[in-house]
Write a protein that binds this ligand. Structure first.
Ligand code: ZN
Length: 569
């Protein structure tokens, strides 16, 4: 545990009302950094520019001083510079700095996998075939070609493609191309043969193998029929997984993320994180939620790992998935779907098992983070927490909390349960949520302002790649405008749920920090906290809300180190 014996001093005159110096000389306890710090630590780096600290004590600053991985002073440029030796590094920040953006719900490995697939979004069929041909050319013999994001809606004629068209560019490599919505996959004949899909293969339950006039598969696999492909696709090796995770973490630095909550990892993934940490190659803080029986069994024996490597990695929570998704009618609803009479969605974990896991987790000091999207799943999560005696200090979370009744809204507050929300879903939900739940329930969907007004602790994330974007800029834009990434609808989808820029930024910084028990170390630019910040192209408080989506990331700093700088990576 890090204990800082600290005292704060204010130095110099107050030149501008909002810019004054708050310096923290950290008398670091020896267990923090080793032998040589029973003395005042001098800053080794000074960052200079415009800082919006999100610390109500001193909201703006011109410079911050960093010693090792922590902020030791925040204030005016001259005052902060006066604290440092001549040899301290000085770095001018290329924009406006905010506390580091965090994503409270993201899927790291899935993003890494996606980065290696062909990106087919917005392409014509001819362009796609050309791209596949190029990939075939550089692939090892028989190597699999993956891609995703095609949409026949852009083509003329707008008809589903066929295996034969892919065969023209790839006879020997299996080709697997997911449609933009993830609900259908276009494959070639090599893939059909590997998956043993023929005229005689029946449609699996919940799935469809599209067929031509004589009953032969055309190469289009819909919904559960896609599992015929995943059942035979090669499992990623440990090296593949490490490569995917590294690629995703690098992507996060470009997105301006300094901290991510990985929403469901197994022991192999945790081992990869520990390895990267040991080698000093973890560029983003990771709050890993352990998922699955094996990981839970392991951690219920060994206990939590709340702080590995100065807050770079933590494993102290379990992820559970109570229901499915709303778009595919898998979210567990109390009343039936408005567009599918009799359907209530899926119940993936039963109450008895949930109660047992909550109890075991509490006993060992683990937080429980339950995916719950439908109103009934949310109710079941809150019931389990309430009956299990969960206290607000344990900070249990509902991931998504996408459909929440008024009764449950107040239960979040009363029980001190955190809502971990993904505002970027507004774009997608705006297209079909009202169909799924009808006019009387649509006000329960993707509530944000209601949560805030009620006093619910909120942490925002993206669920990327299950959503369209892992960009914190997209999250900020959605929170403030309730528009999709392309700015629609102009007035915002249920615009009564819009929040202010300041509230949005707190949900993206202090919110996730609290949800990860890291609020003393992260969430604002304050002396004593880790030096994590994100530099954006303009002051979001002074940007018209419809233009927030045009902000760009100029620099990302984690633990005092620049992990991304525009034009340099
Ligand atoms: Zn998720």
């Amino acid at each position: 545990m890090i204990r800082l014996s600290q005292f704060m001093i204010r130095m110099g005159g107050f030149r501008a009302p909002s810019v004054f110096l708050v310096a923290l000389f950290t008398l670091l306890a020896t267990q923090v950094l080793g032998q040589h710090q029973s003395r005042l630590s001098k800053p080794d780096t000074i960052f200079i520019g415009q800082f919006l600290t999100l610390d109500p004590g001193y909201p703006q600053a011109e410079a911050i001083a960093v010693s090792a991985d922590r902020i030791v002073a925040v204030g005016s440029r001259s005052e902060v510079e006066a604290l440092a030796n001549k040899d301290a590094r000085k770095i001018s920040i290329p924009g406006v700095a905010l506390p580091g953006f965090a994503d409270a719900h993201i899927h790291v490995e899935g993003i890494g996998e996606q980065l290696e697939r062909l990106d087919l979004r917005g392409l014509s069929k001819a362009q796609i075939l050309e791209k596949v041909a190029g990939a075939v050319h550089s692939a090892p013999p028989g190597g699999w070609i993956y891609g995703e994001g095609w949409d026949q809606g852009f083509w003329r004629p707008a008809v589903f493609p066929t295996a034969k068209e892919l065969d023209a560019v790839s006879r020997d490599h299996p080709v697997v191309l997911g449609r933009i919505d993830g609900h259908s996959t276009w494959v070639n004949s090599k893939m059909l043969a590997l998956a043993k899909i023929s005229r005689d293969t029946p449609d699996p339950s919940g799935g469809l193998i599209r067929r031509d006039a004589v009953g032969d598969p055309t190469g289009m696999l819909v919904d559960h029929a896609q599992e015929l492909v995943s059942a035979v696709s090669p499992k990623p090796t440990h090296a593949d997984r490490e490569r995917h995770i590294r690629a995703a973490l690098q992507q996060f630095t470009r997105l301006g993320l300094t901290s991510v909550h990985d929403a469901g990892v197994d022991l192999d993934t945790i081992a990869i994180y520990k390895d990267l940490l040991k080698r000093g190659e973890l560029p983003v803080r990771v709050y890993a939620m352990a998922a699955g029986d094996a990981a839970r069994t392991h951690y219920l024996t060994s206990g939590p790992e709340p702080d590995l490597g100065h807050g770079m990695l933590a494993v102290r929570s379990f992820k559970l998935v109570l229901d499915g998704a709303l778009g595919s009618r898998g979210a567990e609803m109390t009343e039936a779907y408005s567009d599918a009479p009799g359907e209530h969605g899926l119940q993936l974990v039963k109450d008895a098992e949930l109660a047992q896991i909550v109890s075991a987790a509490r006993h060992k000091g683990f937080q429980v983070n339950t995916h719950a999207i439908g109103d009934h799943a949310v109710t079941r999560a809150l019931d389990a927490f309430e009956k299990g005696g969960v206290t607000r200090e344990e900070r249990f979370r509902v991931e998504h909390a996408s459909t929440v009744t008024n009764d449950d809204l107040s239960r979040f507050v009363r029980l001190g349960i955190i809502a971990s929300i993904q505002p970027v879903f507004v774009g997608e939900y705006g297209r079909w949520a009202e169909d799924r739940v009808g006019a009387s329930r649509v006000h329960w969907v993707l509530r944000t302002r209601d949560f805030l007004n009620a006093g619910v602790a909120l942490a925002s994330g993206s669920d990327y790649p299950a959503s369209d974007s892992g960009s914190p800029i997209a999250t900020l834009h959605c929170l403030v405008t309730r528009q999709s990434a392309d700015g629609k609808p102009q007035a915002g989808w249920y615009s009564d749920q819009r929040v202010e820029v300041d509230q949005a930024l707190r949900m993206m910084t202090a919110g996730p920090a609290f949800a990860a028990f890291q609020e003393k170390d992260l969430g604002s630019l304050t002396a004593g906290r880790y030096a994590d910040f994100t530099v954006v192209s303009a002051n979001p408080y002074q940007t018209p809300s419809n233009d927030l989506r045009t902000l760009t990331i100029r620099m990302t700093v984690v633990a005092g180190k620049v992990t991304y700088e525009v034009g340099k990576n």
